[in-house]
Design a protein around this ligand. Structure first.
Ligand code: SF4
Length: 330
């Protein structure tokens, strides 16, 4: 049975920093701040509707949960707690900043049934964190991660790809260090530059020039593949359309099917390795359920190889493994 969340959005209240990419300043005041009574009502309704509460978590997302006013945080947790455990929901997820975690906070979270903590790491390069005004270091990410794991919480790490001053090498270093921290889950967000942010200003003045879109797809495809090898679940790759504040995206790496692009790129690389150079015709088999992934978004892989002079045929294989097999090459 697949996992699901009852998502409750906590806007930027009390966040101690204003990161260069964050648009919360422009949208603050236009969003309702949920009170404990709202949380109770949402949870009660969800409990009556969700088919598998044992696989469902109450998720406080947005902002920095452990940086909000303590009374307000306790109000929200108090309201959620009665809906956790037994026949009810599996637990509570929260997202926060790495410098807003310590033993006392973890004691509080544990006592209310919080089971998973997601940290916005964003980069593991201090010059990138500084340039994007994150207000914490990569050492904070490492320290908070090990504390969270040592206390038995599920650890989630979020990274952003293509931030101001970040190079391809910085992205690879960030991924390797994030993966080495042993998270259970990761969210990978290719940067979307929003109006009303410091990044937006830097972009408009041409001081910030993100690398090519294709490079972002390549990197994220590699990270997705590596995560699978390491047993790390990628619960998000790219923003959903609804998360891009309408009309506020100036540039960056938004695509409505970003994950699909990356899955297609993984297949493109595997197929290229099997066909090698100088191939005019290649026939490949892939598991039937992965046929469209192998063809790529809007069959872009077929077109990619056609432009390289290769007529590519991809056929379904009845086997349900991940393997890609070469059937014919000439
Ligand atoms: S920590 Fe999160 S909520 Fe706070 S400014 Fe940065 S991105 Fe926005």
């Amino acid at each position: 049975m697949s996992h699901s969340n009852i998502s409750i959005f906590i806007p930027h209240v009390g966040c101690p920093h204003m990161c260069a990419f964050c648009n919360q300043r422009t949208i603050s005041g236009r969003q309702d701040i949920p009170r404990g009574a709202d949380v109770g009502r949402i949870c009660a309704q969800a409990l009556s509707e969700v088919g598998d509460p044992g696989n469902t978590e109450i998720a406080f997302f947005g902002g920095s949960f452990t940086a909000i006013d303590k009374d307000y945080m306790l109000e929200l947790l108090n309201a959620a707690k009665p809906f956790v455990g037994g026949e009810k929901f599996k637990g509570i997820r929260i997202s926060t900043r790495p410098d807003c975690i310590d033993e006392n906070i973890l004691d509080t979270l544990q006592s209310f049934g919080v089971t998973a903590i997601e940290l916005g790491a964003q980069s593991m390069c201090n010059h990138v964190l500084q340039a994007n005004e994150r207000g914490h270091t990569s050492q904070d990410v490492a320290a908070a991660s090990s504390l969270i794991k040592s206390r038995g919480f599920e650890l989630g790490l979020q990274m952003m790809v293509g931030l101001y001053k970040s190079t391809i090498e910085d992205e690879i270093k960030t991924w390797n260090e994030i993966a080495a921290l042993g998270p259970d889950t990761v969210r990978i967000y290719p940067v979307v530059i929003l109006e009303g942010t410091k990044l937006g200003q830097l972009y408009k003045s041409s001081e910030y020039k993100p690398f090519e879109f294709d490079s972002a797809v390549n990197l994220c495809a590699d990270f997705l593949e590596d995560a699978k090898r390491r047993g790390i679940k990628v619960i998000k790759l790219g923003l959903h359309a609804s998360e891009v504040v309408e009309g506020q995206a100036l540039g960056g790496f938004y695509h409505p099917a970003f994950r699909e692009l990356c899955e297609g790129r993984i297949y493109q690389k595997k197929i290229a390795a099997l066909l090698g150079d100088g191939c005019r015709y290649g026939e490949i088999s892939v598991p039937a359920r992965n046929l469209s992934k192998a063809q790529g978004h809007k069959k872009c892989n077929i077109e990619y190889f056609r432009q390289k002079g290769t007529q590519l045929k991809i056929v379904p294989d009845a086997m349900q493994t991940e393997s890609v097999k070469l059937i014919e090459r000439r």
